[in-house]
Design a protein around this ligand. Structure first.
Ligand code: COA
Length: 168
């Protein structure tokens, strides 16, 4: 385990393979939460064996790349987030990294833990060459919008959606 920071009582570290068993259930809680904001797939479909394997592979690859941060409180995993280089196809003088999958367990929210985790994640991105970070948030996710506004993030794009129901 590579410990990044300890802001008592929270310790934030780059996740190791030993952490995967604690990360995976937290990941499903994050996905279930996202489902309340994005209606693609039912919970039953989400939890198919194919998706379970896909999630496991994704998490393991993020961990092997050293791109998954976890937050522990007295040993218990209470938060996580991932970070990766933005997939912009052209060469650019600006190195943009993306922060995603920010999750804090409900029973420890509003204690500044997401703030600490995202700040550490920004630091990790910077250490890897980023000079800018971006992230995507659902418009209806008031908590996350509030968090990122407070952290100084500004809106750079809107994702538009239209339901293609031609029967109406
Ligand atoms: C969004 C989330 C990560 C915030 O975690 P947290 O540890 O409670 O956040 P913090 O305590 O650091 O909050 C910092 C600020 O964000 C804002 N904020 C946090 N939760 C909020 C809420 N429910 N409503 C409005 N603003 C909120 C506030 O400005 C807060 O400061 P304050 O507590 O002094 O008012 C957490 O609610 C969560 O995991 N939600 C589900 C997953 C999710 O939405 N992830 C984001 C995906 S983009």
């Amino acid at each position: 385990m590579h410990l990044v920071t300890t802001t008592a009582p929270l310790s934030i570290s780059v996740a190791g393979l030993d952490d995967l068993s604690a990360i995976e259930p937290a990941w499903w809680r994050l996905l279930n939460h996202q489902q309340t904001l994005d209606d693609r797939g039912s919970s039953a479909e989400l939890r198919s064996q194919t998706n379970a394997d896909r999630v496991r592979r994704f998490l393991e690859s993020r961990v092997r790349q050293g791109r998954l941060l976890i937050a522990r409180l007295e040993g218990e995993l209470v938060g996580m987030c991932t970070f990766s280089p933005d997939g912009f196809i052209l060469d650019s003088s600006t190195q943009v990294w993306e922060i995603a999958d920010v999750w804090i367990e409900p029973h420890v929210r509003r204690r500044g833990f997401a703030t600490a985790l995202v700040r550490e994640c920004e630091h990790e991105c910077k250490m890897r060459g980023a000079d800018e970070v971006r992230l995507t948030v659902y418009a209806l996710n008031d908590a996350a919008v509030g968090l990122y506004q407070r952290l100084g993030y500004t809106i750079t794009s809107h994702t538009l959606s239209r339901c293609l129901d031609f029967d109406e």
